[in-house]
Design a protein around this ligand. Structure first.
Ligand code: HEM
Length: 513
């Protein structure tokens, strides 16, 4: 036995020495890593042991690492000469998202992970294919007609589904998962925007409730498993599963074909009907360009559904959790809403138009502050096309994985000051008016040419929901003092949801109706 150990040692020793020298001397830029504070990169295995140890609290761990680096930027490497850099420094973020945008596409690594599901839709493409979709979409997103369409959909969903559901919950004392409710709301909404189909996930009959629920479940599964590919320590694992069509990859294939079948049916029937001027949705707007094949139309639509699905629900779930332990903030929101109602002659239950929503400065500040601490997209990744140097002096090699961490940026003293951990909406106000933050310091909606297209729509949706819920109901979070855990996915979802009970709010004049 001892002889065997000695033999193994003698065999392994030269191999280890060889690998050590190979990794350390075959890469001329490597010395950057050892000089860098930050991620612990071991010989050969790189950051992998630390990553595996901290995977369950990835965001807190990487925030702490970035905070300890002089320029809030850290390099790591993984086996097989795979290098990456993560930053929480606004000047680096501006460089990668705007100044040297062409050098930082999403890259093949990202695109191949989501490719089976999203094809080459706007969310999953680079270069000319992306530019083309971006041009059409940004033109359409700026039209008044699309904005009105969105506002109308949100109003109907709130009045006919969300409010009745919460009223029912308040009467019967149900415990609701608020995160799930908000996700269903967002899914109904984004499907209407994408191809004017109402899946009726939050109640009602929709355009076919059973089909809608099936579509949402398949979409959910396809998105979760596709995004799960990002978190494999060794990407070859999911590729092998895919090759043999086993495990999660097998269910992924099934759910993707269900989503594609569903979307194809709608697209085919719309194409057969030729141009239907009564439609206002995105599909109608992209069909207008005759050059788009049905498959490409499907990719475009699915990308939009993915982008608009979990983001607003994530933002609002964390917002309602934060609010539950801050009655002072809630009171200020209520005061602001009351002032707007008095000025416009409205009563509780009336809906708010775009102008009134725009006047809700304090509510906007509170939602932004919540997204600063809990950004719906906590980490964003790119791939470098060529060698480059960040403005802070960090070398970035060709084909490196390049990430900015919005979660960490919201918690950097260098950006937000010593009270950065505190939930303080006032930091967004100047003489009572909401003040936009520089998007490279607050890249929650991304920034530069690829900035989120749905920012305004998301804002309308979030403020409408928050205002309607807060003025009508008291939301009691069951465990308001424990910070919920999150699920590591592309969006920041709460682990286990947000269980709440609901009470119709009592006002000085009694309970409203
Ligand atoms: C609070 C809500 C939202 C947040 C925080 C948010 C954030 C983001 C972020 C960080 C990106 C960049 C993603 C990446 O690089 O991979 C993005 C892109 C995008 N978002 Fe949003 N988003 C929100 C809501 C929406 C909504 C409601 C829509 C509308 C359907 C939407 C449509 C898009 C699209 C189409 C892109 C891709 C833009 C491009 O690549 O050119 N987003 N969003």
């Amino acid at each position: 036995m001892e002889l065997l150990s000695l033999q193994s040692f003698l065999i392994l020793l030269p191999i280890s020495i060889y690998l050590f020298y190979y990794y350390y001397h075959s890469e001329p830029k490597r010395p950057q890593i050892s000089r860098q504070t930050g991620f612990k990169n071991y010989p050969i295995v790189g950051v992998l042991p630390e990553f595996l140890k901290n995977r369950h609290k990835f965001l807190q761990w990487s925030t702490q690492v970035l905070g300890s680096c002089p320029t809030n930027t850290a390099i790591f490497f993984r086996p097989y000469k795979f290098y990456g850099v993560m930053t929480a420094n606004p000047i680096n973020v501006e460089h990668m998202l705007k100044t040297n945008f062409e050098n930082y596409p999403k890259g093949d690594r990202f695109i191949s992970m989501l490719g089976d599901f999203l094809g080459r839709g706007i969310f999953n493409s680079d270069g000319d294919l992306w530019k083309l979709q971006r041009k059409t979409a940004s033109h359409e997103f700026n039209t008044k007609s699309l904005r009105n369409f969105v506002v109308q959909n949100v109003i109907v969903e709130i009045k006919t589904r969300l409010v009745p559901l919460l009223e029912q919950a308040s009467k019967s004392g149900w415990v609701l998962d608020l995160q799930e409710v908000l996700e269903r709301f967002a899914f109904d909404n984004v499907c209407k925007l994408a191809f004017n189909f109402d899946p009726g996930c939050l109640g009602g009959h929709g355009d076919g409730a059973a089909a809608g629920a099936e579509f949402m479940a398949a979409f959910e599964e396809a998105a979760t498993v596709s995004c799960g590919r990002f978190f494999y320590a060794f990407p070859s694992l999911w590729k092998t599963k895919k090759f043999f069509n086993i495990g999660s990859e097998r269910s992924l294939r099934k759910s993707i074909s269900a989503v594609h079948r569903f979307a194809d049916n709608i697209i085919q029937s719309r194409l057969k009907a030729k141009v239907d001027e009564s439609q206002e949705d995105l599909l109608f707007r992209f069909i207008g360009n005759n050059e788009n094949s049905p498959e490409f139309l499907r990719d475009i639509i699915i990308s939009f559904i993915l982008a608009g699905r979990d983001t607003t629900s994530s933002a609002l779930t964390w917002f309602f959790w934060l609010l539950s332990s801050r009655p002072d903030v809630r009171e200020k929101i209520l005061k602001e809403l009351e002032a707007i109602r008095v000025r416009t002659g409205k009563t509780i239950g009336d809906t708010y138009g775009v102008d009134e929503l725009r006047d809700m400065d304090y509510l906007q500040a509170a939602i932004s502050e919540s997204m600063r601490l809990y950004p719906p997209v906590p980490v964003d990744t790119k791939e470098s096309l060529n060698d480059d140097v960040f403005p802070d002096g960090t070398f970035v090699g060709k084909n490196w994985l390049v990430m900015y961490q919005a979660y960490a940026m919201g918690r950097m003293k260098s950006i937000w000051g010593n009270d950065c951990e505190e939930f303080r909406p006032e930091r967004w106000l100047e003489n009572g008016a909401f003040r936009q933050e520089n998007p490279f310091r607050f890249p929650v909606f991304h920034a530069g040419p690829r900035m989120c297209l749905g920012k305004d729509m998301a804002t309308i949706q979030m403020k409408s929901i928050a205002a309607s819920v807060i003025e009508r109901f008291d939301i009691d979070v069951r465990d308001k003092l424990t910070c919920p855990d999150y699920v590591m996915a592309l969006t920041l979802r709460m682990k286990g949801g947000l269980p709440v009970t609901v009470r119709v709010r009592e006002r000085s004049g009694g309970v409203h109706n």
